[in-house]
Design a protein around this ligand. Structure first.
Ligand code: DX5
Ligand code: ZN
Length: 216
């Protein structure tokens, strides 16, 4: 299976969101990555349901929603209503992670879990078969444009090993500081989905940059 590219809208031009959605539709991107921040779980506030609802009107690809919020259970059905196809919650924000994953799947969405840089992949051992996606944060969540944390490779290697040993078949996503320099090594180490925000949107030709990440 070839890898997927998920441009992060966080780095898009919010005054020209329809234009940027069209660019992604017409590019070789696979998913839209949508970062929801609540100012509590992470020290930043991004955007919420109305924006996702509008992106959903224009987007022709999978909406991959990354919730950086406390107590995400309160909003699972609302994110389904506004168009989420994949819903990812943070391990660190879920007291009853197993229940949360089932609730996401009961709504007909794919269920993902994101891990902060300090959170061990081994904490997922008992839910490996309940997961559709694991997002390894390669920066501390909250902001775009940060530098990639090198320890990500070690976590990725361990998670790919756990997946193989258990026979589980979730996708592994890498989020934060991804570019064409680290993409090849990430894919070789076991990543399936690469999220890229600033590297795509701050480039001169975002569609070409997406194509470059897809061709890595
Ligand atoms: C960070 C977000 C990322 C962010 C990635 O909290 O989860 O998705 O948009 O941005 P870059 O690619 O600029 O690191
Ligand atoms: Zn994200």
């Amino acid at each position: 299976m070839s890898h997927k590219i998920a441009p992060s809208i966080l780095a898009a031009d919010f005054g020209n969101l329809q234009r940027d959605c069209k660019m992604i539709n017409n590019s070789s991107a696979d998913w839209f990555h949508l970062d929801v921040m609540d100012g509590v779980f992470v020290p930043n506030i991004s955007y919420g349901m109305p924006i996702i609802n509008n992106i959903n009107k224009h987007a022709t690809k999978t909406l991959d929603v990354h919730l950086m919020i406390v107590d995400p259970d309160r909003y699972i059905s609302t994110f389904k209503e506004v168009g989420a196809d994949v819903l990812t919650v943070h391990y660190e924000a879920c007291t009853h992670l197993h229940r949360t994953l089932q609730a996401i799947k009961n709504e007909g969405m794919k269920a993902g879990v994101a891990l902060n840089p300090h959170t061990s992949v081994h904490l997922l051992s008992d839910v490996l078969n309940d997961l559709d996606l694991v997002c390894i944060m390669s920066v501390n969540p909250g902001f775009g444009g940060q530098s990639f944390i090198e320890n990500t490779y070690s976590k990725l290697k361990q998670l790919a090993h756990l997946r193989q040993e258990s026979g589980a078949n979730f996708l592994i996503q890498i989020d934060g500081g991804v570019n064409t320099k680290n993409a090849r090594k990430l894919l070789d180490t076991g990543a399936d989905v690469l999220v890229a925000g600033s590297f795509v949107f701050k480039s001169e030709n975002p569609a070409q940059t997406i194509a470059d990440l897809k061709a890595v």
